[in-house]
Write a protein that binds this ligand. Structure first.
Ligand code: GUN
Ligand code: ZN
Length: 444
């Protein structure tokens, strides 16, 4: 897919080893889609990548005197990581002691989310959240806020200040939660619409219509969400789907007239491109087929699934090329346990092992970059490095700790080097994060 924008002149560049993907690594194989450039230049201007390729070829094309930051041979430049499912209001309660999903929501999530009625509190957490994303090389996220519109304003204000491409939305939740966290079908629709009109398409910000999950919305509220999405079809739709057996059984009781969990959303008009369904662990074959047909995506959240004991997504079943479903990676904080995409990919590998499969490092890096961009229908803007793409980049340090440095002395392939980063790396491996051509994080 070609980038849509035409880049202008570069005003800065970075140099070092680089990887990127030219297409779908699950469909066409890592061998045919991963590009590794041992000494690359990425030049940027006007927020876009203007040049990308081997230093020998690119250097003569750059204006004389341009600032080139050389990260050296132990770096790895990649497209910035994309987190397709995360709850910023749950950052103050990450690591709350173990419970299953429904008890965990009642005991930890709802009391914390209540505090976001206070805009100042929401702004403080939004700053911490986005700083932590940048420290982990995450340049785009799809974010759940709380039921309070102020929480969305707080996050978008900070994301706009940082120049981030980010999707977010207010929770829609009109039942089965504490009274003071509920909206109504009408107020949820009205508040979401006002937020869309205020924020969607401002700079790089995008709105995500966000019914929390079927148990906390009436059929009337889900239908109102569907109506809103029809009015604003280039917004996202995010919700949770088939995360735990107890939740699935609850949905079956609440919506006994529907064929299954996905059908509850489908009936309300909530299936299509730009629909991001969190988890999708326990889906039936017809449900996976429907996700494929409608162009929706699953946000795979392995650290959260392990933490809550929800199960393990069978990733290779989801992306089965006979009816591939788009899959992106998600941290799902605060049920997820790490902002680090490297750590999250390591747990995605472990989730695949539960099903007798193995996620290669190449596939994992695809999942965190171009695969997640594809899941968000953003493949023409972010997720890979090419002229005209938005200049969102992460620069890894491939020797970030004494142990990683020791281990790297024994690797004999790029795949092995990348796998070591996933298994042993974390925020310490992120030495710089660039957002729209601006340096937004530099590891001290
Ligand atoms: N299902 C509904 N709400 C949530 C949430 O906040 N976190 C997770 N992991 N699952 C959910
Ligand atoms: Zn979630």
């Amino acid at each position: 897919m070609q980038a849509t924008a035409t880049p202008g002149a570069p005003d800065r560049a970075i140099r070092g080893p680089a990887i990127t993907f030219t297409g779908d690594a699950f469909a066409h194989g890592v061998e045919d889609t991963l590009v590794y450039e041992p000494d690359a230049i990425v030049a940027m201007g006007g927020g876009l990548v203007t040049h990308f390729g081997p230093a020998d070829a690119i250097l003569p094309e750059l204006p004389p005197g341009i600032d080139i930051h050389d990260y050296g041979p132990d770096a790895l430049i990649s497209a910035g990581f994309i987190d397709t499912h995360v709850h910023f209001p749950q950052v103050p309660m990450i690591g709350a002691f173990g419970e299953g999903l429904l008890e965990w929501l009642e005991r930890y999530s709802y009391p914390t989310e209540r505090r976001f009625a206070d805009k100042a509190f929401a702004s403080t957490v939004a700053r911490v959240f986005l700083a932590e994303c940048l420290r982990n090389g995450v340049t785009t996220s799809c974010v759940y806020c709380t039921v309070h519109p102020e929480s969305v304003d707080a996050l978008f204000e900070e994301a706009q200040r940082l120049g981030l491409r980010l999707a977010a939305g207010k929770l829609l939740m009109n039942r089965h939660a504490p009274e003071d966290l509920l909206d109504t079908a009408r107020s949820g629709y009205d508040d979401s619409k006002a937020l869309i009109e205020r924020w969607h398409g401002q700079d790089r910000l995008m709105y995500a219509i966000s019914p929390r999950f079927a148990p906390t919305s009436t059929a009337e509220q889900l239908a109102a969400a569907g109506e809103l999405w029809r009015e604003f079809p280039d917004c996202y739709l995010q919700t949770h789907l088939s995360e735990t057996p107890g939740e699935i059984e609850w949905v079956r009781q609440l919506f006994s007239e529907r064929a299954g969990y996905l059908d509850v959303y489908d009936h309300a008009g909530l299936c299509g491109p730009r629909a991001l369904f969190g988890h999708g662990i326990h889906l039936s074959e017809p449900e996976l087929g429907r996700l494929h047909d409608c162009g929706a995506a699953i946000a795979h959240c392995p650290t959260s699934n392990a933490f809550l004991g929800s199960g393990a997504l069978d990733l290779f079943r989801a992306v089965n090329q006979e009816r591939p479903v788009n899959v992106g990676i998600g941290t799902d904080l605060g049920a997820g346990t790490s902002f680090s995409i490297l750590q999250t990919l390591s747990e995605a590998y472990q989730a695949a092992r539960v099903h007798g499969q193995a996620l290669t490092a190449g596939e994992a890096f695809y999942l965190a970059t171009r695969g997640s961009a594809r899941a968000m229908c953003l493949e023409d803007r972010v997720g890979h490095i090419a002229p005209g793409m938005e200049a969102d980049l992460v620069v890894l340090d491939m020797k970030s700790t004494p142990l990683v440095t020791h281990r790297m002395a024994f690797v004999d392939s790029l795949e092995e080097a990348l796998f070591v980063q996933i298994t042993l790396g974390d925020d310490r491996a992120v030495q710089a994060t660039w957002v729209a051509g601006q340096l937004r994080h530099q590891r001290p």
